[in-house]
Design a protein around this ligand. Structure first.
Ligand code: APR
Ligand code: PHB
Length: 392
């Protein structure tokens, strides 16, 4: 097989790039290790920056997002049994976020690829990348029990943290930066009315909690748990009781409970690899960087990678200009590190760290008090939460 761009990974990053390139007449083939049902069965986050939403519209698959997604102009931080609101609209100079599940937008991207007969090969095995530093790189894999080779101009590694692409770059070329947090998030999805019309991030002595939503009849809640916990340790009832303990009384009394339709524990990690390109291989999304979900930057960081890569490939094919591709890694990383800082900061002020001294805990409390005493501090939080500009 032959194409212009071979994309490894059929998650939101890979699909978005394939769709955008298609609309500009640039061919691509997406190789996905799992079935479509499996990819769409993964429950992930759901807070979109305006930059992401704009890309979805440019990719001609923003209709359902704009119809069913909720525009949120603020969120709450709960602390000391009270709620304080972060007015994103006021403190970001008029911006907001869209609450729309990652599962739904991935479904929209798949359906857009289908409408345009996009090539997405599912259940591929043994993906191997070849000749990354040569003129003509290629990918081999097993598909429908057949060994196939895909010749291409460029390879995009959008295969997530556990993918093969990053591992195809020589170890002596890569620099890895990592921080693993000593706790995870136990999350549930429940067909219950959300407890609040806007998200609530709760800082509590028993640990962090988050009240989020997918719609007015589908709620998403998280509590911080030790990494040693397993889902079996937590009945739905135990979850609801612990969540109530970590919310201000005025919120806890309103909490509608029910049986969970999904329950899982996600470890928290910050991770970045540099550089994000090697020869004809370009990494995007979770393949190159991971953030703890506290700042809702995982998907949005993937989107800025795709924005820079899309424009760099356009410049290559339309203007014979490779400066975008040459600068891709530096440009993407510049925005990624700011998202890393914000996600680390949100995580460090809102969670209970077992090793923290009483002095550290006091500082966490003062961070939140300072935040709500300073428009400048709220301005910094708001501009990061709604998403820093992509830049030219
Ligand atoms: N070959 C083919 N496909 C692979 C391989 C492989 N060797 N390894 C992994 N994949 C696929 C996975 O099955 C997955 O569907 O690559 C896809 C990567 O998708 P994501 O992990 O969703 O990564 P990305 O598209 O970058 O999206 C980032 O996902 O995890 C969230 O918080 C994260 O929101 C962020 C978003
Ligand atoms: C979610 O809705 O799953 C969600 C929202 C905000 C976050 C993290 C997760 O910061």
């Amino acid at each position: 097989m032959k194409t212009q761009i071979c994309i490894i990974g059929g998650g939101p990053s890979g699909l978005m790039l394939s769709q955008l390139l298609h609309l500009k007449g640039i061919e691509s083939i997406v190789l996905e290790r799992c079935s479509r049902e499996y990819v769409l069965g993964r429950i992930r986050a759901g807070v979109l920056e305006q930059g992401f939403a704009k890309l979805m519209r440019e990719a001609q698959c923003g209709e359902r997002m704009d119809q069913e997604g909720e525009i949120h102009e603020g969120f709450y931080i709960a602390h000391d049994n009270k709620l304080d609101r972060v007015d994103l609209f006021k403190h970001s100079g008029g911006s907001s976020v869209i609450v729309y599940g990652q599962t739904e937008l991935t479904r929209d991207l798949y359906e857009a690829r289908d409408r345009m007969n996009g090539e997405v090969l599912h259940n591929v095995d043994d993906v191997v990348l070849h000749d990354l530093t040569r003129e003509a790189p290629y990918v081999t894999c097993k598909y429908n029990d057949e060994n196939i080779q895909i010749d291409c101009d460029y390879i995009i590694g959008a295969d997530g943290f556990h993918g093969v692409s990053r591992k195809s770059i020589p170890a002596d070329v890569l620099r890895e930066y990592e921080r693993v947090y000593p706790f995870g998030w136990l999350g549930i999805l429940s067909e219950t009315k959300p407890v609040s019309p806007e998200l609530i991030y709760s800082s509590h002595e028993r640990g962090f909690a988050l009240c989020s939503l997918r719609s007015q009849v589908l709620s998403r809640y998280y509590i911080q748990v030790p990494l040693s916990d397993s889902v079996d340790d937590w009945s739905d009832e135990a979850f609801w009781n612990e969540l109530k303990r970590r919310l201000p009384v005025e919120v806890a009394v309103k909490l509608e409970t029910g049986s969970s339709i999904e329950k899982s524990i996600a470890p928290l990690r910050s991770y970045v690899v540099e550089p994000m390109s090697y020869g004809k291989l370009f990494l995007a999304g979770d393949a190159a960087h991971i953030v703890p979900p506290t700042g809702a930057k995982g998907l949005n960081s993937a989107a800025s990678d795709i924005y820079y890569l899309y424009h760099a490939l356009l410049d290559h094919y339309q203007n014979d200009d490779d400066s975008g591709l040459d600068n891709y890694s530096a440009k993407a990383l510049a925005r990624i590190w700011k998202a890393q800082r914000f996600s680390w900061w949100m995580t460090s002020i809102l969670h209970r760290f077992p090793e923290n001294s009483s002095y550290d805990q006091k500082l966490q409390q003062i961070e939140i008090e300072y935040l709500f005493s300073s428009d400048k501090a709220l301005g910094s939080l708001a501009e990061n939460y709604v998403g820093l500009p992509y830049g030219g």
